[in-house]
Design a protein around this ligand. Sequence first.
Ligand code: SF4
Ligand code: SF4
Length: 298
Amino acid sequence: VGLSIDGPYPRNEFRGFPNNVEKTKRYTNQVLKNIEAMCAEGVNPGVIIVLHKANAVGDRLEKLKEFITWLKGVGVKSGKLNPCSVFNPSKRDKIELTSEELTHAWLELAKFTMPDPELQWDPFRAMVKNLRGSHLSDCIFTKCDFWNTEAGRVILGDGSVSCCARAFEIVGTTFIRPGRISFERYDALEQTDCNNCRYWNVCFGGCPGNGRDGDWRNKDKHCASIFAVYKHLETQIKAVDPTAILVTDKEYKDKKGEQLHHSDSAHGDSEHGDGIEHRDSGGHGDIPHGDEVRHEDT
Ligand code: SF4
Ligand code: SF4
């Protein structure tokens, strides 16, 4: 079971009902009660928290850490901390984190969660595994073909299969997967914007749905934050074990070869969150958020 909540009200306000604070509070509280009830019955959900200006800046970032601690207390020890992307330009600045804010929030949350071995919060745990050469996860760190999005599929009303909803946002409508996988984006990025990036083999330009300027061919607009977190984690691993060989090391390729890391294929079938195909990569597709905010439940 997976669910999305960005914290107690008002940290969850962007997921609520526009112009209806009381209803938003009531539903948010009910979700929190449901989490407790599920854990009490032994159904511990994975939680997706989307980071935005209501929960990841200033004092609210500290409150978010308290929420993560609360979640652990009731039995939720894993989840995802995904950046919010807003497609509506008139709302973007009010909701979406700046690159500096996201970098700060991610680094703070990495430092907060990673020392606790019981906590398995992504993207940090996934990024450590990626650096160590495990099967790449999650989808944003693979070569995701924008027109097929292997890790995110949506069944349309007529039964046909479409892509991750993030693609809808950019294209402006649903479409049928063509089936022919292609990686032109990655051929281009490797020679242009991501050329010689230290983390190419564990990032590949990030999510095409987050392509800069709304263009899936561009590298992820969260590039600077992804880079900063990889750099932080790489430094931490090396501090603990200076002999560790990571995919960023020349010795890795010399000793193991790229094929063991699957960095050539990035099938895009890696985890898309919590085992559930969230339409709200975002949106579950069953309940419109009604706020024109695209919650990145990757
Ligand atoms: S969120 Fe969607 S578009 Fe982005 S990498 Fe994952 S499957 Fe691909
Ligand atoms: S960190 Fe930035 S430059 Fe490096 S591969 Fe990712 S998107 Fe490209």
